[in-house]
Ligand binder design. Structure first.
Ligand code: SF4
Ligand code: SF4
Length: 331
């Protein structure tokens, strides 16, 4: 029988040991229904997930977070809407649970109040794409806010129009001393010209691999992740509802049960409603390109990667990528 230790040399085994003890239990929280942008293709607004009555009593947020901590959550992923519009709620999380704040970067998270909170800034391509999809070139503002910040990276959502043009974006990020992680646009609002075609995805995979080789200090990624996210395939299986690991536990009635994130929930800002999954409640799973869901898909399927040295190393690299994105291991 193949085992982890039989497939890895001592160096890789050390890397494996480093991540295998992390025991991550994440959940996602909509901190607010409001945002200071309205991007075309925003999964939150396009799926109507903001149609709940937002809880405004900070004490109720604190009690809720305490219950989440008691439930075993050790990584709170704060999204929205725009979490930085409600710094008190962000702080309530930060003081209780290791937290990660997803933001558009227009408002700076004050580092005197949140010295080591991980911040992920959304970026939807170069300045021109951002103007079309988000109404402004957010990079110009967010890069000023976060230049050189050791706890911040860009979450760069690559659009079909960006294929062949991602290097200048990566370079801009490198030049302001920040890191970047790549994912793909799902185009939830069907914006013309932003649908994916097979050839584009093939080209993008090559381009992403090149970026990782050329900017290893800037790009947090792995070639296996590039393969899985651009093909939607892992070990001969296709990503989709039957395979997705990032479904809220109380809504997961799939039979037979699926390998999934343990006790994962995505909570709405009323602190009562739960959403189907980590992304749009109305998205067709067959076209979902969500980066975190694909990454988690690989991570929860460790056993299936214990088949060859290369497959297991691929799994380790993706797990390391995830751990780096939350600074659970050093960059
Ligand atoms: S900044 Fe984020 S939450 Fe706000 S509209 Fe854009 S994608 Fe949606
Ligand atoms: S939309 Fe994506 S993340 Fe959500 S359940 Fe479907 S496959 Fe999973």
């Amino acid at each position: 029988m193949k085992t982890v230790s039989s497939l890895l040399d001592p160096l890789w085994y050390e890397r494996y040991k480093r991540i295998s003890n992390l025991n991550i239990r994440s959940s996602i929280y909509d901190v607010t229904n409001r945002c200071n942008l309205r991007c075309k293709g925003c999964f939150f607004f396009s799926s109507g997930e903001h149609h709940v009555q937002e809880e405004t009593d900070l004490k109720k947020w604190e009690a809720f977070i305490d219950r989440e901590k008691a439930r075993g959550v050790n990584l709170a992923i704060l999204i929205g809407g725009e979490p930085t519009l409600c710094m008190d709620r962000v702080e309530a999380f930060y003081k209780r649970i290791p937290s990660y704040c997803a933001t558009n970067g227009l408002i700076k998270v004050p580092r005197d109040r949140f010295p080591d909170m991980m911040v992920g800034i959304s970026l939807w391509g170069g300045g021109e794409d951002e103007k079309i999809l988000r109404g402004k070139d957010t990079f110009a503002i967010s890069s000023r806010n976060y230049e050189g910040d050791p706890y911040t990276y860009y979450l760069y959502t690559v659009t079909p129009k960006q294929v062949g043009r991602i290097e200048p974006v990566i370079k801009r990020i490198a030049d302001v001393g920040l890191k970047v992680h790549l994912q793909l646009l799902s185009n939830d609002e069907g914006v013309d010209g932003f649908h994916w075609h097979e050839g584009e995805l093939r080209d993008l995979r090559v381009e992403m691999d090149e970026m990782l080789e050329r900017y290893p200090q800037t790009v947090i990624s792995s070639k296996y992740y590039h393969e899985v996210i651009t093909t939607g395939m892992m070990l001969g299986r296709r990503f989709g509802w039957r395979e997705c690991p990032s479904v809220t536990e109380s809504l997961d009635n799939r039979q037979p049960p699926v390998r999934r994130l343990i006790h994962f929930y995505r909570w709405a800002a009323d602190l009562k409603t739960v959403h189907r999954c980590c992304t749009s409640a109305t998205r067709d799973c067959a076209t979902c390109k969500d980066g975190a869901a694909h990454m988690s898909w690989i991570m929860v399927n460790k056993r299936d990667h214990i088949i060859s040295t290369r497959d297991l190393q691929n799994w380790i690299e993706v797990y390391e990528m995830f751990a780096k994105l939350y600074r659970l291991i050093p960059w």
